[in-house]
Design a binder for this molecule. Sequence first.
Ligand SMILES: NC(=O)c1ccc[n+]([C@@H]2O[C@H](COP(=O)([O-])OP(=O)(O)OC[C@H]3O[C@@H](n4cnc5c(N)ncnc54)[C@H](OP(=O)(O)O)[C@@H]3O)[C@@H](O)[C@H]2O)c1
Length: 341
Amino acid sequence: MRSVVYTKRGGMDAIDISESPSPQPGRGEVLVEVHRAGINFADLMMRQGLYSPVPPFPFTPGYEISGVVKELGADVENLSLGDRVVSLCGMGGYSEQVVTLAERCFRLPDSISFDAAAALPVTYLTAHHMLTYLGNFQPGDTILVHHAAGGVGTATGQLAKALGASKVFGTASTGKADFVRSLGMRFIDRESEDFVEVCKRETDGLGVHHALDPVGGKHMMRSYKALRSGGRLYAFGGSAAVKGSRRSIVTALRMVLTTPKFNPFKMMSSNKAVFGVHMGTWKDEAVLKKSGDPRWWRCLRTGESPLMVDKVFRFEEVAAAQQYIHDRKNRGKVLLDFSPE
Ligand SMILES: NC(=O)c1ccc[n+]([C@@H]2O[C@H](COP(=O)([O-])OP(=O)(O)OC[C@H]3O[C@@H](n4cnc5c(N)ncnc54)[C@H](OP(=O)(O)O)[C@@H]3O)[C@@H](O)[C@H]2O)c1
């Protein structure tokens, strides 16, 4: 089987395609023939050596896949050969075949395409986990989300609508205004508008209930400032560490050094909360299962929330696919096609 491999820390020159024997599923595992693998911003950061935790180089990235079950390991009862599934495989998804835990697989209804399925796990799980499990989201709440046209951004917009948010403020690059508005969000131009000011102005001076910040650096304190009393900030990324497809250590350091150190006493007097969120290191499977369960499929089946898949690249074009995201061109999710030709 062929896999995408990061051979070392670097730019696109660090990406290779390698050939290896098919892996064997162990107890509780299945072998999946991969049709689609989702690309996440974290994959780009891993390639640049700006992400933790990651396996040592060389390794195959890829948190999520959709495909067909080809082999069953011992004691697998929830799946059968030939099942179409989506899986949060943890790592190694950029591959023609993946061994993954059966309990991390969800069987797909016929109506759900491999594209739609592979776009779901990380984006929806992250958005859902923050808003509902951590954030005690209530109908009528207001949300601020950054990179609103991206993977987690579009999932947040759609989930927020399904959950009954009264308003979702979405920041993105200038050219994405129409796209962000088409998802029912209040577009804020990240290049020319002050999102704190807009959020306050349009919530009677109060601020938002939930601010989702995957940017880090100084930006994170601004997201905190956009919150109302009782509001919750979710610190879930550091995209400000990335400058183009090559690593810039100065940019990465600046992000780290300017990220706020929150003072609990100040948080107390302003009645605000800060959650650190990393789905990759989340351990409680029962909570994940609850998030992974019904709402996604119902939304997809009824077409209530059309998922946003922007572009699908053949896996041999993985560098072009990642460059597309570095260039901030994506509107929704970017996938890799591993299906047998
Ligand atoms: N903690 C977790 O568990 C978790 C899980 C999933 C995602 N995340 C984080 O959430 C963020 C979004 O992830 P995603 O996978 O959904 O990606 P994405 O939003 O699809 O990422 C691409 C978009 O990010 C924006 N962006 C911001 N800084 C950028 C930069 N330096 N280079 C290129 N694009 C940049 C661009 O949109 P605009 O120019 O329109 O802003 C770009 O189109 C990332 O920071 C990621 O690490 C965290």
